[in-house]
Design a protein around this ligand. Structure first.
Ligand code: CAA
Length: 235
């Protein structure tokens, strides 16, 4: 059983579909866009569940309900993320806290309620979708870059705790992938400031990140933990 946060759109939708293809029973969490979630469910047959991953109590109660109804969750993909881009001199406390809560605090909120069960079963796969911008920093994204760098620290620390219990904890750092999030970047910034820095000369495909998740989730990847798998077209 695998749960993918933000699993009905963008990179998350590709991850949900790829895991289903591999034989996982997938639950795709989402927070806001009911229309997209219902369409995703109708198209794929994947179970969708709505709650906000920045809310600890909502994560705990929904995860408990899923485990009681379906069974133990062995694979967690922390994918949900938002942007609130602004130059720092224009950034508000709302820009800062919304991004930290959704992109970083969600890792605690989703992982903590599943951790004891994974420890008891001596198996678990936790995969966190970080970003190239957590590795290199990005102007206009002090909030997002801080959260995404935080994801990497979380993974490296928790990997050490999980190692003796068969739980691997890894990060994937996508570069610029052709999703709604990236296509919302102003066109001239995308064309003049971002694309020229991607050596392969194109945006990535969500499926190219989903393949990384399938690899890290598999039973054969047990020696890989605390790692950061980078997929960014050479950037
Ligand atoms: N790289 C390089 N330069 C950038 C840039 C970027 N990503 N973003 C903005 N700039 C430059 C602009 O070209 C502009 O330069 P000039 O004055 O020389 O023209 C300068 O910074 C100021 O930019 P704006 O005029 O656009 O200022 P603004 O206040 O109107 O908007 C902004 C600022 C909201 C940050 C807007 O520029 C923006 O959205 N930029 C894109 C930021 C970005 O890269 N976000 C990544 C989103 S995708 C993602 O996050 C997924 C992932 O994990 C990779």
């Amino acid at each position: 059983i695998a749960i993918v946060t933000g699993g009905t759109r963008g990179i998350g939708a590709a991850i949900s579909k790829a895991l289903k293809q591999e034989g996982y029973r997938v639950i795709a969490n989402y927070a806001g866009n009911d229309e997209a979630a219902h369409k995703f469910k109708a198209d794929t047959g994947i179970d969708v569940r709505k709650w906000d991953v920045s809310d600890y109590a909502a994560c705990e109660s929904n995860l408990k309900a899923i485990e009681n109804e379906i069974g133990p969750i062995d694979t967690l993909v922390n994918n949900a993320g938002i942007t609130r881009d602004a130059m720092f001199h224009k950034m508000t406390p709302e820009h800062w806290y919304q991004v930290i809560n959704t992109n970083l605090n969600s890792l605690f909120n989703m992982t903590r309620p599943l951790w004891d069960g994974m420890r008891a079963r001596n198996f678990g796969r936790i995969i966190c979708i970080s970003s190239i911008n957590g590795q290199k920093g990005q102007m206009g994204q002090a909030n997002y870059s801080a959260a995404k760098a935080g994801d990497i620290g979380f993974v490296k620390a928790l990997a050490q705790e999980g190692a003796a219990k068969g739980i691997t904890v890894n990060a994937i750092c996508p570069g610029y992938i052709g999703t709604e999030m990236v296509l919302a970047v102003p066109k001239d910034v995308l064309e003049k400031r971002i694309l020229p820095h991607i050596p392969v000369g194109r945006l990535g495909e969500p499926e190219e990140i989903a393949r990384c998740v399938v690899f890290l989730a598999s039973d054969q990847s047990g020696f890989i933990t605390g790692a950061t798998l980078t997929a960014n077209g050479g950037q």
